[in-house]
Structures are given as structure tokens and as C-alpha cells.
Write a protein that binds this ligand. Structure first.
Ligand code: SAM
Length: 214
């Protein structure tokens, strides 16, 4: 398929299955003016995260990497009224934008935003969680995985964005920290007998794994 046809197909799917309301659109639109990088998940990826959380009846979810709150709103809207999304970001600037987004989307009461280093903050948490979504820096991913497995219940979902790293993960000439972290993480997940995993080829690749045993 040509690039134009690819783009047309992606738009067709998103228009049907990843429809944004004004609050979600406003979050994406706010990234540029608020000087945030536009590295949030795509609408289709948001819809997949939402669907996966609904499918397992998630009530307690951890997100590592909040940015402006775009994926957080997709996920928080999948939770029941007494559900909880704990989301971590190291940037107070990003957190301030996310807080506004959560309030505008009507999910602030279900979200606990922790500002701090991802690993340090994860280490303060106690499980069980129904799902853990890893979407922060890539080099420490193996350490995030260890914490996620400490927190995740049997039947829970491990999710991780950017599996493809724009194709660099499979490029033998690429060996920077992000690539090394992602490759090590992918190998650990693939070999872990507690996890059944697959990569959903949406945007930059979304890894989804279910924990099948303690
Ligand atoms: C890709 S963005 C998250 C996008 C968000 N999940 C979304 O789709 O809307 C990554 C975020 O992780 C945060 N981050 C990166 N490394 C971190 C670390 N070591 N500790 C805490 N936050 C970190 C960055 O500040 C950034 O906001």
C-alpha cells in the first residue's frame, strides 16, 4: 500500500473506532502550545488501551509516563467510578498540563498523579494492580519490568509502548541506550514463563502481555 493509502486507512479506522470527544482533542492540541513533545499515544492506541482494560474489568491501573494525560484519559475512562489510575511522571511541567486535562475530561477523581522518578516511585507502591502501562524512558525498561511484575496480579496486563522504536529495535547497526533497554525488555518478556505476550502493530508497536501465574 502507498503511504497515502496507509494514511487513508488509518484515518478510516480511527474515525470509526477511536473517536475523540472535545476533551481528548483538546489534550492533543495542548501539547504544542504547552511546549510538550507530541509523543503521546495515537487515538487508535488509546482506544486499544481502553478496550484491553475494559476486557479484564480493570479497577486499579498504573501508568509510568503521564506527559499531558492523553493516554491517562483513555485508560481512566475504562475504569469504574471507584477505579483508580496511578500515573507517574518526573516532570512537574507535564504534570500541570495533565492535571488540567484530567479535570476537563471529568476523570480527576479517579486519577492519582505522582511526580517523581519512575523507578523510585514504583518502588514505593504496593500491588495488586490489574494493569501496568510502561511509557516513559526506555533504557531502564528491564528494571521497570521487575517492578511491574512485583505489582501485577495473575490475569493482569503488562503494556508497553514503542516496541518498534521506529524500526531501530531490529536494526543491527543501532545500539543506543533506548534500543538496548527495549531489546532487553522484549527478550525478558518473551522468555518469562509467567507471561503470554504479543505485539499489537499499532503506530510504533504496543506490547501486551497477560500474567498467567504468580
Ligand atoms: C512518551 S511520554 C508519555 C506519553 C503518555 N503516556 C501519553 O501517551 O499521553 C513519556 C513521559 O515519561 C516521562 N519520563 C521519562 N523518563 C522518566 C523517568 N525516569 N521518571 C519519570 N518520568 C519519566 C516524561 O517526562 C514524559 O512525560
Amino acid at each position: 500500500m502507498s503511504e497515502a493509502a496507509d494514511e487513508r486507512l488509518a484515518r478510516y479506522i480511527a474515525d470509526l473506532f477511536a473517536r475523540e470527544d472535545d476533551a481528548l482533542r483538546a489534550i492533543r492540541d495542548a501539547h504544542g502550545p504547552a511546549d510538550l513533545p507530541t509523543i503521546h499515544v495515537s487515538p487508535s492506541e488509546g482506544a486499544i488501551l481502553h478496550l484491553l482494560l475494559r476486557a479484564i474489568g480493570a479497577r486499579r491501573v498504573l501508568e509510568v509516563g503521564t506527559l499531558g494525560g492523553y493516554s491517562g484519559v483513555w485508560m481512566a475512562r475504562a475504569l469504574p467510578a471507584d477505579g483508580r489510575l496511578i500515573t507517574i511522571d518526573g516532570s512537574e511541567k507535564h504534570a500541570a498540563v495533565a492535571r488540567t486535562a484530567f479535570a476537563r475530561a471529568g476523570v480527576a477523581d479517579r486519577i492519582e498523579l505522582r511526580v517523581g522518578d519512575a523507578l523510585d516511585t514504583m518502588q514505593t507502591l504496593a500491588g495488586p494492580y490489574d494493569a501496568v502501562f510502561l511509557d516513559a524512558d526506555k533504557e531502564p525498561l528491564p528494571r521497570y519490568l521487575a517492578e511491574a511484575l512485583r505489582l501485577l496480579r495473575v490475569g493482569g496486563l503488562l503494556l508497553c509502548d514503542n516496541t518498534h522504536l521506529d524500526g531501530r529495535v531490529a536494526d543491527p547497526s543501532a545500539s543506543d541506550g533506548d534500543v538496548r533497554g527495549m531489546r532487553a525488555f522484549n527478550a525478558l518478556v518473551a522468555a518469562d514463563p509467567r507471561l503470554v505476550a504479543a505485539v499489537i502493530p499499532v503506530r510504533d508497536g504496543l506490547l501486551a502481555a497477560v500474567r498467567t501465574r504468580p
